[in-house]
Design a protein around this ligand. Structure first.
Ligand SMILES: *Cc1c(COP(=O)(O)O)cnc(C)c1O
Length: 232
């Protein structure tokens, strides 16, 4: 089987799962956008994905993302940065990413604004919300009780367009429960920011639960591309 056939088969399965999850949730099939996560996979896979109709690519490590976006510059792709954002890398990320999904603290905002300004176009941002139970040390994401404060700060930045929220279900918990919390957080958030309707949630293992909780974007790697190589 060629790599193209492999990827086409994975894509077919994932698109089928998304369509079934939308149907089960009573949502139109085109309600949910697929972001294929290509971390650890080569730019040649991004090319095959683009040929197969994928428009949105996600990456989580700055150096790899920057190189791949440059290698694929002629493709019509929306690049999503979904990884932990280091303060000193944020401006560089905003120069090639079309959507920065992992904004979780105010100090990132002026740096993202600088990168967006330097590249002469606005950058979409999502605010990453922590779904970890309170008290547990969270790896990434703003605590829900600080979300509105972060959103207000993001709203002030002319170079950034705040589009909505992103979250990752914590390990060791039923994702449906975590995404139910997310749906409540989002409902409150939308009262204050009715235009910020994007919800990026759900990965290979839990996309159905995310779609049922209202996700508008799912970020899927393994189920499309296979297991990631251990080392690059
Ligand atoms: C890697 C990654 C994904 C994709 O995970 P899979 O289980 O391979 O589908 C989604 N979201 C984030 C933030 C990731 O880092």
């Amino acid at each position: 089987m060629s790599r193209r056939d492999q990827i086409a088969a994975g894509l077919g399965r994932v698109r089928g799962r998304i369509a079934a999850a939308c149907a089960a949730a009573g949502r139109p099939a085109d309600d949910v956008r697929l972001v294929v996560v290509t971390k650890f996979f080569p730019a040649s896979d991004v090319r095959l994905l683009a040929e197969l109709g994928v428009t949105d690519i996600g990456e989580n490590r700055h150096q790899e993302a920057e190189a791949k976006a440059a290698e694929c510059a002629e493709l019509d792709i929306t690049w999503h940065f979904i990884g932990v954002l280091q303060k000193n890398k944020a401006a560089a990320v905003a120069r090639y990413a079309d959507v920065v999904e992992s904004v979780d603290r105010p100090e990132l905002l002026p740096r993202l604004a600088r990168g967006a300004g330097e590249s002469g176009r606005p950058v979409d941002v999502l605010l990453q919300v922590s779904l970890d139970p309170p008290g547990r040390e969270s790896r990434a994401g703003v605590q829900p009780d600080r979300l509105l404060e972060l959103a207000a700060a993001a709203d002030q930045v002319a170079e950034l367009r705040m589009r909505g929220l992103m979250a990752v279900a914590p390990l060791g918990e039923d994702p449906s429960e975590a995404f139910a919390r997310l749906a409540r957080i989002r409902a409150d958030f939308l009262l204050a920011h009715p235009g910020a309707t994007v919800l990026s949630a759900g990965m290979s293992g839990d996309l159905e639960a995310a779609v049922s909780a209202g996700a508008t974007h799912v970020r899927v790697g393994t189920a499309v591309l296979g297991s990631r190589p251990e080392v690059q």
